[in-house]
Write a protein that binds this ligand. Sequence first.
Ligand code: NAD
Length: 271
Amino acid sequence: MTPPYRIAVVGCAGRMGRMNLAAIHAAEGCVIAGGTDQPGSAAVGSDIGLLIGGKTLGVTVGDDPVALFAEADAVIDFTTPAASRRHAELAAQAEVVYVVGTTGLSDQDQVFIDKAAIQTVVVQAANMSLGVNLLQVVTEQVARALDADYDIEIVEMHHRHKVDAPSGTALMLGEAAAKGRGVKLADVARKSREGQVGARPRGEIGFATLRGGDVPGEHSVIFATEGERVVLSHKAGTREIFAKGAVKAAVWGRGKPAGLYSMRDVLGLTD
Ligand code: NAD
């Protein structure tokens, strides 16, 4: 009999952390190898089963990531850019499958993820849901089919606690649109507008950010020209979709060669 696949969660007391624990608990052939949160978090020392609203599991939330990475076959990380830098280093050392969903990473933060992928399997995606990854594929195709007479605008809305803007998903969709159009996002992106900004330059890819309430994530990619608009949208009704995707990625990564993979690889959506 194959031993259960041991998946751990860093930042396990967070909104996504708890969802990730519950998704591992529900997944066949997988067990929760443990969880950490940052030192001083009220969750440290509590039973993980109780944290996800179930029975006690006899595994408590820790604050030592080194011990956690040594224990696990795979680790899921939805935390902060600073924490993910450290977690990426530990994943490389322990050679565990590392699934990272943290957004708002700077280019310097990304270097840590890229370095880890030389040593171990890393699956990174700003959005782990099937729907958004499909939207990414379709966005690229539509952007390829329509010329720059179609203005591309990306609108997103998230809950009031979100700390980065535009969302990682909005940027991911922007990258897809830019790729379809054969340009670099950095050359054409307008991440916000305020005041006397002047007329819209042809070829710009614009972003608009809304924040409020408990919205898990809504994204629309708009292609607007004189006389018509094509609107591609995704609405997340629950964070469960991201957690299920993260566990799917962790399981998919088992036994794969070291490298940096995306959710499109996991879902078989790459061309
Ligand atoms: P959150 O603030 O609820 O959770 C983050 C958790 O990380 C907290 O419990 C915090 O204490 C913990 N943490 C911070 N530093 C730590 C450290 N050094 N060690 C261990 N734990 C640490 O935030 P959230 O809403 O769960 O989102 C987390 C991240 O995931 C954000 O970047 C968000 O944008 C991203 N996210 C990604 C996806 C996706 O599909 N990729 C989906 C939703 C959210």
